[in-house]
Design a binder for this molecule. Structure first.
Ligand SMILES: [Zn+2]
Length: 339
């Protein structure tokens, strides 16, 4: 039995037909975790859908109304890049409920997973990039409303920048929080310097009650990247060593400036070298080291971690399932009482 909970429902399946997003991945991860003995049935808990009130903590009444009445414009549906249906709306409300539940469990158990979610391209007033509802933002706002947390940090390791996250939490920024150092020379990871690999770029901005970190491929969707508190713009083909050095650097820099009550880890599988929508060069082993790094840092500072899965478009879907399952294994290794 795991020392933490996995929030999951068969109804996480997204009814989007034949699509580059492997909507069946959630069921496959669930099966893999059980078949491999990593988890047993008692480790899983079922979510309830978020309430409309929860969703409205992040999204505009106009947008929610359009979703509930099926009145998105053709352009809005196109921008979402997944076909609208009432069933799809239900799946996203459920994913948001799952992230709320996982965040709640994380506060008690130090870590918890939503075996879904991570829809970081959803904005308050529209969806895009396969994302209708920003489940992570809904979870943060709900826990804040209930006074369970005051502050949160998002650590987004999907290959695509967390534009929705950045936009949602930008409005909460205040002038009282100092800017991070803008000196790239002090922020450059030594690994990149040693190998002479192309340098990524780290950009900083103010943070309010939610500090947002995004590590992503610079030359990829979204074209326009609204500023996160820290953005790490990685060059094409970044491999394991440089990626891990940048992540370490971003986490250290973020945690020097900000003390979160909850860390929301968006563990996208698409920085993988075999990804159809990504252009980074991480291996399956490198991605597991990434997960371990996030968990070790959180554990050392006693910050609860809520995990969501976001994207993953490996040529072989089994690789995506392996990468996501490995995130649970990494948490098990880092958070088991013996370690
Ligand atoms: Zn992605």
């Amino acid at each position: 039995m795991l020392p933490f909970k996995l929030v999951y429902s068969d109804d996480y399946y997204l009814p989007i037909g034949s699509h580059v997003f492997p909507a069946e991945k959630y069921q496959r991860i669930h099966e893999r975790l059980l078949e491999s003995g990593v988890a047993d049935a008692k480790d899983f808990v079922s979510p309830q859908p978020a309430s409309d009130e929860d969703i409205l903590l992040v999204h505009t009444p106009q947008y929610v109304h359009k979703l509930k009445t099926g009145t998105l414009s053709a352009r809005e549906e196109l921008e979402m890049e997944i076909p609208y249906s009432p069933e799809l709306v239900r799946a996203f409300w459920l994913a948001a409920g799952g992230s709320i539940l996982a965040a709640d469990y994380a506060l008690n158990d130090r870590v918890a997973f939503n075996i879904g979610g991570g829809f970081h391209h959803a904005f308050p007033d529209h969806g895009e990039g396969f994302c209708m509802i920003h489940d992570v933002a809904v979870a943060i706002r709900r826990l804040q409303r209930d006074d369970q947390i005051r502050t949160a940090m998002t650590v987004d390791c999907d290959v695509h920048q967390g534009n929705g996250t950045a936009a949602i939490f930008a409005g909460t920024r205040t002038e009282s929080v100092p800017l991070p150092s803008a000196s790239h020379s002090t922020l450059s990871p030594s690994a990149a310097a040693k190998t002479g690999a192309p340098q990524g770029k780290m950009r900083g901005a103010h943070a309010g009650d939610v500090f947002t970190i995004s590590l992503h491929q610079h030359n990829n969707y979204p074209m326009f990247k609204p500023p996160s508190s820290i953005d790490v713009d990685l060059p094409d083909g970044t491999g394991d060593a440089d990626y891990l050095a940048w992540l370490d650097n971003a986490l250290s820099s973020g945690l020097r400036q900000f003390e979160p009550d909850l860390l929301c880890y968006v563990a996208g599988a698409d920085p993988y070298r075999e990804d159809k929508l990504g252009g980074l060069d991480l291996t399956i082993e490198g991605l597991k080291k990434r997960d371990e790094l996030v968990f070790r840092v959180a554990r050392a500072r006693d910050i609860p971690v809520m995990v969501t899965y976001a994207g993953g478009y490996a040529r072989n879907v089994e690789d995506t399932v392996t990468i996501h399952s490995n995130t649970v294994i990494a948490a098990k290794e880092v958070f088991s009482p013996r370690s």
